[in-house]
Design a binder for this molecule. Structure first.
Ligand code: HEC
Length: 152
């Protein structure tokens, strides 16, 4: 039901085109959002891969920050006419996102679920962190494989 509602909201927004920002501004903000996700993931991935020492507080903080980012309402970051077909060289967001918003949201839900699980274990030692980071990383890749172009 919640799923349906979200779809309706996005459709309604798209119909009215109620965005004050330019398409380029939307793409810029969208990439900034994912830059933050990637920034926190780099800390977690670095620990999981043994590139930096495991630190319970830093791991918990990074996991919490990604959780905070999942609370961001991203509908306006996916305003219509902001795909890589519309904005060549400015974004890698494929038009498939808008053509298959349900599929895209499913990838987002899997990501969210992995973030929840990560937050339960991030402060509990490296051995618990590693599989949770691996699972989360898999959800990043699953979405990127389908909805993010390789090149600009
Ligand atoms: C539901 C889909 C989805 C999930 C899940 C997702 N991403 Fe992305 N990500 C995207 C899309 C779409 C773009 C392209 C944005 C653009 O170019 O406008 C992107 C772009 C990025 C970028 C590049 C930003 C830039 O500078 O252009 C990074 C870094 C990134 N994602 C990291 C991650 C990490 C790390 C995770 C998992 C922890 C993740 N993403 C999960 C869809 C997703």
């Amino acid at each position: 039901m919640r799923h349906l509602l979200l779809t309706t909201i996005i459709a309604a927004t798209a119909a009215t085109g109620a965005f004050a920002q330019s398409a380029s501004d939307v793409a810029k903000a969208r990439r900034a959002f994912y830059t933050l996700v990637g920034f926190e993931m780099a800390t977690l991935g670095g620990m999981a891969q043994g590139k930096i020492d495991y630190d319970a507080d830093a791991a918990s903080a990074a996991a919490k920050d990604i959780m905070t980012l999942t609370g961001y309402t991203t509908a306006d970051l996916f305003a219509p006419n902001t795909s890589n077909d519309d904005l060549l060289g400015e974004t890698r967001a494929k038009a498939d996102i808008w053509a298959d918003m349900d599929g895209f949201k499913e990838k987002g839900m899997a990501f969210y679920q992995a973030v929840v699980e990560l937050n339960e274990v991030a402060g509990g030692g490296l051995e618990a962190l590693q599989p949770a980071v691996g699972k989360l990383g898999g959800t990043c890749k699953a979405c990127h494989d389908d909805y993010r172009a390789k090149d600009f």
